[in-house]
Write a protein that binds this ligand. Structure first.
Ligand code: ACM
Length: 534
């Protein structure tokens, strides 16, 4: 019996039923057993939360809200007991935090989970068993059915992230919420919000109002290819008030998405210096918010005043974001100004440091201590390894996987975000056919091919790889429509790598499911790149 079951599962996942696109769920569940028939939601279907569980009840309401919006069906949610017909949500403490079981038969839908989050992910799978109309807000005459099957599912990694750079270009609160909605459909659970850059500071800090009145606005922006050095002569700005941030954080929590804010230091700080030049190495310099892309040499100077300032900023940030992690950047900090600064050279001597890299490590270490003292954890790009890694830090490996491998060997947790697989600002098709992008070559197939279980790591070290993330840097991405285009469909590959169990890669099979997910993306009105999906 057991071997028959294994055979059936193997058949389903290899070519059989998935190839017909009947069960085209992305990310692919850990285990799915097809069954015949389907469940049809009726106007008298009952939605029951077994026992009475507030978390499951609020997720059950997400189901009834979506059925109402998409199909005009008004169902109510009630506490009660398990019966043989209807829709049921039931707590099962044997399951993991994000795991769920979903059973769909012609008579009944039963969802089991330990948490609301697990139930939410069961819903996301259920929706992908339904006509794509379920993702639409215009009601139609399609029948609200769900394909019968049994699913047991849990994520491979706890961290499944997407980063959006709101520094180079500003994205409205409405778009950020929409982006979070789309992430949740594909079971991505972490939104990394890149909030400060050389070209713009985007978060209100009450103690330092010039960060928004000065640092959030640049006098013009670079347009076209970098080599052309053309500028649009048009001021550009925008920032999120603390009320905006609270609204987005509350919204994201309903979609079980944690937000990690990124406040860059000591590099990528030119916009900050435009308002507070005393924090630079040359306080007499006239700094301005950067107008061209690339890495600025204007960096923070590791004076006590700078630490006080950044700690004040981080204190306000930590009060706004309830998540565990605060991202402090740490990447691309040119050392030229530190080399030329009498203060920095004296500090290097006083602290008996070897060089400017150790000074960077000292900077990051001070910030790490502060964040840790507030009960939070620091996350930084892999440059935070240079000159010695702070004891509590988690590393985001972007310059390939080397930094992540090194950090994991040092017993630090790691998010794998290698540029050659997960930089979604890179071209995804022949540049001649695409809008202007930063460069690179990252088709869907390449993105999908990333395997986080790296041969360089022992099984013990590999436990430090907590997940994966893709990044949307926006120098060349000025509109929400273009941001969506660069994100989709590649975010589907990210979702599959982050969630689905390690299986032999089968791009052809994945691509079939992505193609059948076009109906979902269309219903969600995602402006995805169709290049590989024709
Ligand atoms: C980065 O791309 N500078 C993290």
């Amino acid at each position: 019996m057991k071997s028959f079951f294994l055979l059936l599962v193997t058949f389903c996942f290899s070519e059989g039923l998935f190839a017909q696109n009947s069960y085209a769920i992305i990310p692919q569940p850990e285990k799915l057993i097809p069954a015949s028939g389907s469940y049809t939601f009726q106007s008298n279907s009952t939605v029951t939360v077994v026992g009475s569980n507030a978390e499951l009840t609020s997720v059950a309401h997400l189901l009834t809200d979506q059925l109402k919006a998409a199909f005009g069906l008004s169902l109510t949610v009630k506490p009660g007991t398990m019966k043989s017909t209807g829709i049921f949500f039931e707590q099962n403490n044997q399951l993991g935090e994000e795991a769920y079981q979903l059973s769909v038969t012609p008579k009944k839908i039963a969802i089991q989970s330990k948490t609301g989050k697990g139930a939410f992910y069961a819903l996301q799978s259920l929706f992908q068993l339904m006509p794509s109309q379920i993702f639409s807000v215009t009601t139609s005459n399609q029948k609200p059915t769900a394909l019968a099957c049994q699913i047991e599912d849990a994520p491979r990694f706890s961290y499944r992230g997407l980063m959006l750079d709101a520094g180079r270009h500003f994205y409205s609160v409405a778009f950020i919420k929409h982006y979070i909605d789309l992430m949740a459909v594909y079971k991505l659970n972490t939104f990394h919000w890149h909030l400060t850059e050389d070209q713009g500071w985007r978060i209100e800090i009450k103690k330092y109002p010039l960060l928004t009145s000065i640092s959030s606005i640049r006098k013009e922006s670079m347009v076209g290819s970098y080599g052309d050095m053309k500028f649009d002569k048009t001021p550009y700005g925008g920032f999120y008030t603390q009320e905006d941030i609270k609204e987005v954080v509350a919204y994201a929590s309903k979609k079980f998405v944690t937000i990690i804010p990124e406040i860059e230091m000591p590099g990528h700080s030119q916009a900050l210096l435009a308002a507070y030049p005393q924090l630079g190495c040359n306080p007499d310099k006239i700094y301005e918010v950067a107008t061209k892309w690339g890495v600025s040499e204007d960096v923070l100077c590791p004076r006590e005043e700078t630490f006080t300032f950044m700690q004040d900023v981080l204190s306000e940030v930590m009060n706004l974001f309830p998540g565990q992690y605060i991202h402090i950047g740490g990447d691309e900090c040119p050392k030229k100004q530190w080399k030329e600064s009498r203060f920095c050279q004296d500090l290097i001597k006083k602290l008996k440091l070897k060089d400017e890299h150790e000074l960077q490590s000292y900077f990051i270490g001070r910030i790490d201590q502060f964040i840790t003292s507030k009960g939070k954890k620091m996350l930084g790009w892999d440059e935070i390894l240079e000159g010695g890694l702070s004891p509590n830090a988690m590393v985001m490996s972007w310059r390939g996987t080397a930094g992540g491998i090194e950090a994991a060997k040092l017993n630090h947790d790691v998010v794998m975000s290698p540029n050659n697989f997960f930089y979604l600002d890179y071209y995804q098709a022949d540049p001649k056919t695409q809008p202007l992008a930063i460069g690179g070559n990252l088709p869907l197939s390449k993105c999908y091919s990333f395997e986080p279980d790296l041969p360089e790591l022992t099984a013990q070290e590999a436990k430090h790889i907590v997940g994966v993330q893709a990044n949307v840097w926006t120098e060349y991405i000025a509109t929400p429509a273009y941001a969506e285009y660069m994100t989709f469909p590649r975010a589907l590959a990210l979702s599959e790598i982050g969630w689905s169990p390690k299986r032999p890669k089968n791009y052809a099979e994945f691509l079939k499911r992505v193609k059948s997910s076009k109906a979902t993306m269309d219903a969600l009105k995602i402006n995805y790149c169709n290049e590989d999906l024709k």
